[in-house]
Ligand binder design. Sequence first.
Ligand SMILES: NC(=O)c1ccc[n+]([C@@H]2O[C@H](COP(=O)([O-])OP(=O)(O)OC[C@H]3O[C@@H](n4cnc5c(N)ncnc54)[C@H](O)[C@@H]3O)[C@@H](O)[C@H]2O)c1
Length: 357
Amino acid sequence: MKIVIFGNMGYVGPGLISRLRSTYPTATLIGYDTGFFASCLTDVDYLPERKLDRQYFGDIRNVPENIMQGADAVINLAAISNDPMGTKFEEVTLDVNHRSGIALAKRAKELGVKSFVFASSCSVYGAASDAPKTEDSTLNPLTAYARSKVMSEQDLEPLADQDFKVTCLRFGTACGMSPRLRLDLVLNDFVACALTSKHITILSDGTPWRPLINVKDMARAMEWAIGRPASFGNFLAVNTGAEKWNYQVKDLAEAVASVIPDVKVSLNKEAFAPDKRSFRVNFSLYKKLAPDYQPEYDLVTTIKELTSGLEAMNFNDLQFRDSKLIRLKVLTSLQQKNELNSELRWQNQQQSEPIAI
Ligand SMILES: NC(=O)c1ccc[n+]([C@@H]2O[C@H](COP(=O)([O-])OP(=O)(O)OC[C@H]3O[C@@H](n4cnc5c(N)ncnc54)[C@H](O)[C@@H]3O)[C@@H](O)[C@H]2O)c1
């Protein structure tokens, strides 16, 4: 068994590596990442990449053929991974997330990879206040990031055949602790606010619906996708999560306040840039296809885990939204220091071949 994971050095990747290593102790696990957030580690005892057989540092816009040679499965997590980054770096977002992801899939297919897993997103549904979205619902991407996911799915579908199984997992917003924690995700942000200022301000009237998934349950879903039966279709796009994880934003804030003492929750209906996304998602297909891989975490356990993880980091940064725990801040800071150019490529990188460790 050989599995190659692109974009493994972010928030989701470390939990995925850990999960795959325990399920497939003798598999060859390879990581490939440009390393934007490599140094954004939390309170860890060892590098998450230690559980890989090899880590390549390289750009998905330039993937050498031999990395996927002989691989059974490829998982693509590499992305400019949220709306604020997608707005600031729109062209790069489409290039990395869509064009390069499709080129990667084509090469994987040519090399005989049997299973290709793509980390898609429920944000493909955009703003919609009516019934929970099923996989057949109309897609309504509101941002460059969401468009990049829709276009990727659309261009992956014709590549799928009986020898090249493609699974697009439409995840809700991730949450929970990770060796490369992000605080630019709604629940993680609320817990960080509660711990630092004892005050959560919701930038809306609190009613928008937001499906969430614990980052470790994402890893389990990807493990399922690698080995899922071909009878579910050569191409499968599936909402990945659970009905109980459809929450309104105000419920998330109140749940945090119920776990962490003395936290005040307030609404800012006049917010300068309110988040327009609101959608509920129907997860019944995933429940039917993957009964043994249903999300195990619940909201309160996730909040407690985040709280103890942040406490172990001695976290008390009131300005955390300007810190290395926010993906956009890391990229703009690397640009200001002239380490990344306008296309988010490392400056002065002489070699086009990736570095392997
Ligand atoms: N976090 C969420 O809420 C969420 C929800 C749904 C889907 N997803 C998807 O899951 C995937 C992983 O998300 P994450 O939260 O770990 O994001 P992240 O930003 O923490 O990690 C993304 C990784 O991709 C790498 N990357 C970016 N551009 C690259 C390039 N040009 N070449 C090589 N590597 C590159 C980064 O260095 C980073 O390690 C993404 O595709 C994201 O869109 C995430």
